[in-house]
Ligand binder design. Sequence first.
Ligand code: GUN
Length: 306
Amino acid sequence: MPQILDGIRVRDAILSELKPRVDALAARGRGPGLAVVLAGNNPASEIYVRNKIKACQGLGIYSETLTPPDSVTTEEVLDSVARLNARADIDGILVQLPLPKQVDSKRVLMAIAPEKDADGIHPCNVGKLVAALPGPRACTPAGILELLKRYGIAIAGRRAVVVGRSDIVGKPMALLLLHEHATVTICHSKTPDLPAVCREADILVAAMGRAAMVTGDYIKPGATVIDVGMNRLDSRDEVVRIFRDSPEKLAAFDRKGSLLVGDVHPLDVAEKAGAYTPVPGGVGPLTIAMLMANTVALAERLAGIC
Ligand code: GUN
């Protein structure tokens, strides 16, 4: 039986370790503050942000959400970010992606003060990551690294394959694994014979946003498989195809009208992997825990504690 890597358990451990640090900051006069910019009405983003705010409330972190409309301009978002940069009560800023299509995301992300960059996405902080210098790291890859370490999964000397090359997950994930002395390959849509490359992985990270694409033929027996995907299935046929007529899954789909599935095939991974993250309950909760960790660390820096 493979080991299930429980993101909820690790999230709870991370949050309980952060609590005394939040309390210590509050005791000095002001707890940490996080501002989230949520532009437009992307339903998935709305759920993610709601969960982030809930986590802030649970820890005693002040939070504030700006919700400009879908028609917001680049200049208006830049103006909001500039005002948040100047606020003494805000330690961390997160601009939820994707932004509405008319907004220049790169300009917006570059405008966040690097010392308030809760997502570790500003080029200054990406540079620190490349150089292995301290700084905020992108939350999802940082959470995955934390999970691997807390479960005692060896990284040094092992083959890691990251599928997906996004700025927020694939690229930083590859660098974090490299700094832990893995031999790292980054794959993407143009990689020839993707299953063969993935089968070389002792640690396989799937982050390409394609429902259940990583099937058994991508997985080396006994590998650790990390599933970053969060895909909503709206079609019953898709549920039948992926879950192979599983009566529980079909009943769940009929009840809710949709079903979540990762980028990894949920039945194949349970058969072939040595350890894997479930969807839901794997990587998702860790992203939020690391956002809290980044916010606390930024607040400590701004307070001159470390
Ligand atoms: N959208 C999906 N994941 C993320 C994330 O980690 N950070 C931001 N800013 N937007 C996202």
